[in-house]
Design a protein around this ligand. Structure first.
Ligand SMILES: [Zn+2]
Length: 125
């Protein structure tokens, strides 16, 4: 994959085929130059044209979220068994607001795409 330079993805997610596309892969990695997360979707259209979308930063997060429910398995899934309860691989942030004794509490979680989440921070207002 590519951003400021060419680099290897740290994981590849294999996505379900749909009506238009097959051999769908979503590669994720971190640019070694600027440190931004980079996501790259590549899929083959039914008429043999390769569709490639690449984005970085927040857009990479969005691209990942958009396709999260289509993930069939990932390259690192075997390794994942070792880390069962902790979020693993690509993580995204989730904020939840709860009320407690008339005060708002915002809980921040790190989530992965296997249903694990970990509380990172909770702030009171
Ligand atoms: Zn970069």
């Amino acid at each position: 994959m590519r951003h400021c330079c060419q680099f290897k993805p740290c994981d590849i997610y294999y996505l379900q085929e749909n009506n238009l596309f097959s051999s769908r892969q979503l590669a994720i990695g971190f640019c070694p130059v600027c440190g931004k997360p980079v996501a790259e979707l590549s899929e083959w259209r039914f008429d043999g044209v390769l569709n490639r979308i690449s984005c970085a930063g927040v857009e990479a997060n969005d691209l990942m979220l958009k396709h999260s429910n289509e993930i069939v398995y990932s390259l690192s899934e075997c390794n994942y068994r070792k880390f069962k309860s902790k979020p693993f691989g690509w993580k995204y942030g989730l904020n939840k607001q709860v009320k407690s004794a008339g005060r708002n509490i915002v809980k921040q979680y790190a989530c992965d795409f296997y249903g694990n989440k970990e509380l990172i921070k909770s702030s009171h207002f």
